[in-house]
Design a protein around this ligand. Structure first.
Ligand code: HEC
Length: 181
């Protein structure tokens, strides 16, 4: 399984530097810690992320709908979501899509521009931005991962990096707490 090399390297780090946990079932303990930290991270990610209806409410509340409406200069919330799903089919990354379809360097830049359009601070659109990136990543994953580097996970490569860092921190704390005096 994928975790096996990870378990073995954590086990050898443990043996060399910490030498904690019963010798018998060390690997099982490490596996349990790994799984626990993954559940924590994924749970936290889902708890933090906006649901589709929360995202739509926010879109309304921030005044995005002044332009993004039926007969407006830009597509409705649902139209934007559909557009982003199409991007996932056509472009390898969300930034590549923005470069090709809009005159901006990245999705971050586009969203900063949209915040300015709506007259709100860019920090107020962070969770909407993450919601749209999630739409892109999920569409990419369900499209069979064609060129999607996140390997079918609903996370972007950057978020994946953050997740790995959090897992390492959780493991480090667990090792520290379980350390023999
Ligand atoms: C002043 C009008 C205006 C406001 C306000 C506005 N937008 Fe836009 N938005 C546009 C236009 C125009 C486009 C480009 C539409 C196109 O190319 O079909 C666009 C495109 C987008 C896109 C790219 C997807 C697409 O359909 O092209 C996203 C995502 C987006 N807007 C999000 C937002 C968010 C979030 C807000 C609120 C914080 C917002 N917009 C506020 C005018 C606006």
């Amino acid at each position: 399984m994928v975790l096996t090399p990870l378990i073995y390297s954590l086990n050898s780090i443990n043996t060399r530097y910490f030498n904690i946990m019963p010798t018998e079932n060390r690997k099982q303990v490490i596996l349990a810690l790994l799984i626990l930290s993954m559940i924590l991270v994924v749970g936290a990610a889902y708890a933090y992320a906006l649901t589709e209806s929360e995202a739509e409410a926010k879109f309304q509340q921030l005044g995005c709908v002044n332009c993004h409406k039926e007969g407006g200069v830009a597509p409705t919330f649902d139209g934007v979501v559909d557009e982003i799903k199409d991007w996932a089919k056509e472009y390898p990354t969300i930034d590549a899509a923005v470069k090709a379809e809009h005159n901006e360097d990245s999705f971050d830049d586009l969203m900063d521009e949209m915040a300015a359009n709506a007259g709100v601070d860019p920090s107020q659109v962070t969770d909407l931005k993450e919601f749209f990136e999630g739409v892109y990543n999920e569409a990419k994953a369900s499209a069979g991962g064609g060129g999607g580097e996140a390997g079918g996970l609903p996370f972007s490569p950057v978020e994946l990096g953050v997740i790995i860092v959090i897992i390492v921190i959780v493991l480090a704390i667990a090792f520290y707490l379980l350390r023999k005096k």
